[in-house]
Design a protein around this ligand. Structure first.
Ligand code: ATP
Ligand code: MG
Length: 747
């Protein structure tokens, strides 16, 4: 029996059709990803294709890692030469080799969201833009969307002519791009843009990669944006052996520029494309599948698909509505414990999926107290933490002194007593002379305007120069160790002695471990290589195979993954679909949310639990939410566990006031262990409501809320630390909230 006998006939057809364009458009769990891995194998073993000529692209590092593993286990010899990678890593690899042809250095830095924000702040200051009115974030959003569509600053400027607001954006875009270039840095979107630019302008490089990638496969094609589409098109243009797989019902990245037309119009661009549909689902039970099918059936304008399974009906979907989000977390924790104890289920078989990262906090607190091992994917990214960013900035400065942001970040970390005026003068000098900030620091003696302050700069420069000379023989981990010792970074934290400082030290240890692991895994480890890896680690990478813990993540991160036991939490109108989607009244946005729901449901293999709470606290406001409309789209006969809920619903009126008090009394977060100290930073409740605010409105007054609009104040109750204000809003109904958070304005 060959491995291809483990495929159904349609899957086999897709695997065996190796020449020319192929489109596999099929629903969740139908084996699309499985087809791709088997296809790679078939190409090598049956068609004699050199693995070197095969490329497989996916969206997340996690998916790429999984694909790599699956291919490795199928293909014996030579599988390591197959190019299995994400779009972004692919671009980095190409650019590290050839970006000098676009006038950049090949050791460019990759800016993350934080770096971008700092840079944008600078630019707005320089252009004298009032960021209270025009937010940095919105400029970054505009630029990112432009880049997704391959619109250059020049094109943008041309299109903006005559429109004052757009002209301002164009000016910012031009400055931003120039600053990146000066810093020899690319942002995430640039990785794609610059690769497309390179391949479009340089026939030699294009030919090299077209020759190399004779067989190209793309997973999750429904989420490609215009830049990604062109990248694939350019690469595939010569041999045209392009196989894309996807599911239009799982397109969930429109907000990042994904263009669903790429998959829907595939046959127009490649008229000779072989189109294959897969209809058997191998992942889920019939009940789960029916639920998914009935939800997605509410989207109009989709390609009809009929998914079936022979896995049998399976258990009903456990649906539970709770009074509060605390009870919801209690239930899920208890349910996981029970399953692990009674039915041989592992923690690692369970995943909790939610709409927004903030929802993880209650589960995290509950799991810490109940001693359930868990891992949060996403949220506060490890690499976005202050201590990690500081140390990485040292590494970046040592590796590439052209990254001004990195240099400025650490010039006074630890404190070196270099004042803002001095730094401003160094900056001005750098600009005047066309130098990088670091180059200017190196030549500080030449800067007449800074006078004696130059003395304070010298030790910093000397330190960086010494470290540079040691990079080669120390290696990444030892270099990092030396930076930590020489700067006294950890000893300062130790002296602080707080739990938070201790947690930071643990994070630094974690970074050191990562550096060691990197050096062990790479054949030729380099400092640039390490920084490159770090820049590309998407959130989902923190998931490790084989460890036994419950996984918590957003629905977006869960794409392509599967778990025996899935909990969809916070299934309430206002949470999911989100409040903004509901008030936008835009059917297309609602359809995107519904697709996300379909993605969520179809992650479950054997048991799906759907939970919601009547009230939950969001940034200090109690929200009263109804059961999500998506849950109502699931036929009642598929749902179990509702009886209890219906009985409770009868008492809704009476109990809501009482449970509000319960909820607020529980609000004080539990910070019993330090590994959740991060939550403390994101939970502003503890710190900002200690001083009671003065109110300039009273019962009966008309007030305005930033999000909810205008309403009438019904009641103000004085609580221990804050006022509880009840407002009947014109548009969204009655809400109870804390005065210090609600920031109501009398109208
Ligand atoms: P998604 O749309 O969620 O990405 P997919 O279409 O890529 O799903 P896969 O992840 O490839 O689906 O497959 C889903 C599950 O079904 C996997 O566990 C896979 O191993 C299994 N599977 C797929 N095809 C078969 C088959 N012919 N026989 C047995 N199991 C299969
Ligand atoms: Mg898949």
């Amino acid at each position: 029996m060959s491995m291809y006998d483990n495929l159904n006939s349609m899957q086999q057809e897709a695997v065996f059709h190796t020449e020319g364009p192929v489109l596999i458009l099929a629903g969740a769990g139908s084996g699309k990803t499985r087809v791709l891995t088997h296809r790679a194998c078939y190409l090598i073993e049956e068609k004699g294709v050199n693995p070197w000529h095969i490329m497989a692209i996916t969206f997340t590092n996690k998916a790429a890692g999984e694909m790599r593993e699956r291919i490795d286990s199928l293909v014996g010899f030579g599988s390591e030469s197959i190019w299995v990678s994400t779009f972004h890593s692919t671009c980095v690899r190409i650019l590290r080799r050839y970006i000098d042809r676009l006038g950049y250095d090949t050791n460019f830095t990759i800016y993350d969201a934080d770096d971008q924000k700092i840079l944008m702040k600078d630019i707005c200051k320089r252009l004298q833009i009032d960021t209270k009115i025009y937010k940095e974030k919105s400029f970054l959003g505009v630029i990112s969307s432009a880049k997704d569509e391959l619109i250059s600053p020049e094109d943008f400027t041309l299109r903006a002519a005559g429109d004052f607001a757009k002209e301002r954006q164009a000016a910012v875009y031009r400055e931003y791009q120039a600053a990146l270039r000066k810093n020899n840095a690319l942002d995430f979107d640039d990785l794609l843009v610059k690769t497309v630019e390179l391949l479009s302008n340089d026939a030699e490089v294009l030919d090299y990669y077209q020759e190399r990638f004779r067989y190209i496969m793309v997973d999750e094609y429904q989420d490609t944006n215009t830049a990604q589409f062109y990248l694939i098109k350019l690469l595939a243009d010569k041999y045209r052996n392009l196989c894309v797989v996807g599911d239009d019902d799982q397109s969930i990245y429109k907000f990042r520029g994904a263009n669903i037309k790429n998959i829907l119009n595939f046959e127009e661009i490649y008229p000779d494309a072989k189109v294959i549909k897969l209809e058997q689902n191998y992942r889920s039970t019939q009940n789960i599948l029916n639920a998914a099918n009935s939800v997605i059936a509410n989207n109009v304008g989709r390609k009809a698909k009929a998914l079936w399974t022979d896995h049998g009906e399976g258990e009903k979907i456990d649906f539970q509505q709770f009074e509060t989000a605390y009870e919801e977390a209690d239930y899920i924790a208890a349910d996981i414990r029970k399953k692990v104890k009674e039915s041989g289920c592992h923690f690692g078989d369970c995943a909790i999926l939610y709409r927004t990262n903030a929802q993880s906090r209650l589960f995290e607190e509950k799991f810490v107290v109940s001693d359930i091992p868990y891992k949060i994917v996403g949220g506060i990214n490890f690499y976005a933490r202050k201590e990690i960013k500081d140390l990485l900035a040292y590494l970046k400065t040592i590796d590439n002194g052209r990254d001004d942001l990195a240099v400025r970040r650490i010039i006074n970390v630890p404190k070196r007593g270099i004042g803002a005026t001095t730094l401003g003068r160094v900056q001005a000098y750098a600009q005047e002379q066309g130098l990088s900030f670091y180059q200017a620091l190196r030549g500080a003696d030449e800067i007449s305007t800074i006078g004696k302050a130059g003395v304070k700069i010298r030790p910093f420069v000397n330190f960086i120069q010494t470290m540079r000379s040691k990079v080669e023989y120390l290696g990444v981990a030892k270099l990092l160790q030396e930076i930590i010792e020489e700067t006294g970074y950890v000893s300062e934290l130790e002296a602080e002695g707080t739990d938070e400082a201790q947690a930071r030290i643990e994070n630094i240890d974690e970074l050191l471990s990562k550096a060691v692991a990197y050096e062990e895994s790479e054949e030729t480890p380099t400092l640039s290589g390490f920084l490159e890896m770090v820049a590309l680690v998407a959130d989902v990478d923190s998931l490790q195979e084989g460890s036994d813990y419950v996984v918590l993540m957003t629905l977006h991160s869960a794409k392509g993954l599967e778990f025996p036991n899935v909990y969809l939490a916070g299934m309430e109108d206002g949470m999911f679909p989100g409040y903004m989607t509901i008030i936008s009244d835009d059917p297309l946005e609602m359809e995107e949310e519904r697709r996300l729901c379909y993605v969520g449901i179809t992650r479950a293999m054997t048991q799906l639990t759907i939970t919601c709470a009547k009230q939950r606290m969001i940034r200090g406001e109690t929200q009263y939410n109804k059961v999500s409309r998506f849950v109502k789209e699931i036929p009642g006969n598929l749902l179990g566990g509702m009886v209890r809920t219906q009985k409770k619903q009868k008492d809704e009126q009476e109990s809501s006031a009482q449970s509000f008090r319960q909820a607020t009394s529980k609000v004080k977060p539990i910070f019993s262990t330090r590994n959740i100290y991060q939550s403390r930073q994101s939970n502003s409740f503890a710190s900002s409501s200690t001083d009671k605010i003065a109110l300039d409105y009273s019962s009966g007054d008309r007030v305005k809320h930033m999000k909810f609009g205008e309403g009438t104040v019904l009641q103000i109750v004085e609580g221990g630390r804050d006022y509880e204000v009840t407002v009947a809003f014109d548009r969204v109904g009655t809400k109870k909230m804390f005065a210090s958070f609600a920031k109501l304005k009398k109208v």
